[in-house]
Design a protein around this ligand. Structure first.
Ligand code: ATP
Ligand code: MG
Length: 286
């Protein structure tokens, strides 16, 4: 059934500076299987606001969001159990501090699964499995989440959502603040989860190299408007990229410069360093 936005706007009420419309009349559909979506846009373009509508953490001030068949509008329905929607769509927050609240990492990861009525033993086993998935060892389970480094907190908050096993995973900047190896390791993990389980993964990121390599659909927000929803190939051929404050992946940048300066007969649209290398090698060994 997926997630369907119909003309969704969100206006934050702010007493100091007046009301602020963060997203404007967004219409889009996300299937609950087999999508790998990157959501991009300049700082303040409305990405986190949009993501928080995906599991009814915040409500539209105009329009409606349908999540797994349930319609969400600005009115809260007393009969709807919004927590059940969170089993369907799991959201990892941009700032993990907002998500971690228990005194041990283990309790934190077990919190979600226990809420959905699985046994204590099963929840414990899920915590062990999840901590390994995010690249940490079991010694972290007994630690206090507040004493972890930024990157470790990020991984623990991701483990908490993986343990709930939702159909759709929405991750708000999951790789920010991680070292290059950790970034790639997490992206590979998400890609594998998506491939093996056919879940849908939505990732918010500013990293165009990762977008180009991993996404098969990209959604672009600019000043709260949805300005692009399509594949990663066409996005980087758009003239509007600068207007939307988006950069190019490094591979395209360097190959385009070489192509123009030396009139090389190459295709600059290569996703990885290895592919760029092979493309250049072809003309160099001709
Ligand atoms: N609770 C709030 N109250 C008032 N304004 C808010 C609130 N949260 C966000 N905003 C404003 O709404 C706009 C969109 O914010 P949002 O956090 O969705 O952007 P973003 O695209 O996620 O940015 P970033 O890349 O910096 O994370 C911003 O201008 C922000 O200042
Ligand atoms: Mg954000």
């Amino acid at each position: 059934m997926g997630i369907h936005f119909r003309e969704v706007s969100h206006e934050y009420a702010s007493y100091q500076v007046g009301d602020y419309q963060a997203i404007n009349k967004i219409t889009l559909s996300i299937e609950d299987e087999n999508e790998f979506i990157c959501l991009v846009g300049h700082t303040g373009s409305g990405k986190s606001t949009l993501a928080q509508h995906m599991n009814a953490l915040i409500f539209p001030t105009e329009g409606e969001v349908e999540i797994n068949g349930k319609i969400i509008t600005k009115k809260r329905d007393k009969k709807t159990n919004y927590n059940l929607l969170r089993k369907h769509v799991g959201l990892v927050f941009q700032f993990p501090e907002y998500q971690l609240f228990e005194e041990t990492v283990e309790k934190d990861i077990m919190f979600g699964p226990l809420n959905f009525k699985i046994s204590f033993e099963e929840a414990k086993a899920k915590a062990v499995e999840a901590i390994h998935l995010v690249g940490l060892n079991e010694s972290y389970l007994k630690r206090n989440p507040f004493n972890l480094s930024g990157g470790e907190k990020k991984r623990v908050s991701i483990a908490g959502i993986l343990a709930m096993d939702p159909d759709i995973l929405v991750l708000d900047e999951p790789t920010s603040g991680l070292d290059p190896f950790g970034k790639r390791q997490l992206m590979e993990l998400f890609k594998n989860i998506q491939k093996e389980t056919k879940k849908t993964i939505v990732i918010i990121t500013h990293d165009m190299d990762l977008v180009y390599e991993f996404a098969n659909r990209v959604i672009v927000l600019n000043d709260g408007d949805l300005v692009y929803d399509g594949n990663e190939e066409d996005l980087f051929k758009k003239e509007e990229l600068t207007k939307w404050a988006l950069g190019l992946p490094e591979t395209i940048k360097v190959l385009r410069r070489l192509k123009d300066q030396f009139h090389l007969d190459i295709n600059p649209y290569q996703k990885t360093v290895d592919q760029a290398y092979e493309e250049l090698k072809k003309v160099m060994t001709k």
